[in-house]
Design a protein around this ligand. Structure first.
Ligand SMILES: Cc1cc2nc3c(=O)[nH]c(=O)nc-3n(C[C@H](O)[C@H](O)[C@H](O)COP(=O)(O)O)c2cc1C
Length: 212
């Protein structure tokens, strides 16, 4: 009798928690449970954008693996219309952050902002040299998933690219990347060991339909 009561109370508690989470959040948390121990699905479903990193640097060997996974992404006609630059030196990242703070009052007043790249000290800059953005998008997702599978967090960043490409003061840094004339920076990927464990952002499963 006591066991039955405990079971009923537990079920009520689970239902209460589920109802508090709301529809889309419920979908987001229920999906990962279908992975059946599949490591790839586990990596995809548990990856989160990380915006707070431990001071420990990601080793060059690990970064090398991550970017190599990137260039093995499918891409149109295997033209590989991309350029990748890894920046992991403190001097450049600190200097860019200083400049960014001078242009951005809110960032300057934010004591939690360690670097302008969501606090990461390793940043992969990705440029396209033609073709569709899909190519560099797939390259990026390969990198983010490879990173996560090795315990490295990441965050795609479009904001810093906007700033870097329109601010004359950072021109020496852009020149240092030695990108070809036709290259267009699309995004950067912050990398580092996570110092936070964010919940999954809700996803709307109603966007998916099977057509009979
Ligand atoms: C093209 C692109 C640009 C993004 N730019 C930024 C950015 O500038 N700053 C930021 O904090 N996150 C940025 N993000 C991360 C998204 O906010 C994040 O992927 C989204 O909220 C879903 O969360 P999740 O990655 O944890 O699943 C960007 C993501 C993509 C794909």
């Amino acid at each position: 009798m006591k066991n039955t009561l405990i079971a009923v109370m537990s079920a009520c508690f689970v239902m209460l928690v589920a109802s508090c989470q709301g529809g889309s959040q419920e979908k987001a948390v229920s999906t990962p449970s279908v992975n059946n121990g599949n490591a790839v699905i586990e990596t995809i479903m548990t990856r989160r954008s990380i915006r707070k990193y431990k001071p420990q640097k990601v080793g060059r060997d690990t970064v090398e693996t991550i970017v190599r996974c990137g260039i093995y992404a499918p891409n149109a006609m295997n033209k590989q219309e991309w350029e990748i630059r890894v920046v992991d030196n403190k001097a450049d990242i600190s200097r860019l952050t200083e400049i960014y703070k001078r242009y951005n009052e809110k960032a300057a007043k934010d004591p939690s902002m360690v670097t302008m790249f969501r606090n990461a000290w390793t940043v992969v800059f990705v440029a396209k040299t033609g073709g569709s953005d899909i190519n560099v998008g797939l390259l990026g997702e390969n990198m983010a998933l490879a990173a996560w599978s090795m315990g490295v967090g990441s965050c795609f960043l479009g904001g810093p690219i906007e700033f870097l490409t329109r601010t004359e003061e950072v021109r020496p840094f852009i020149d240092k990347l030695e990108l070809p004339e036709d290259a267009e920076l699309v995004y950067c990927l912050a990398l580092g060991y996570p110092d936070e464990s964010p919940e999954a952002k809700p996803r709307d499963a109603d966007k998916i339909r099977f057509i009979e």
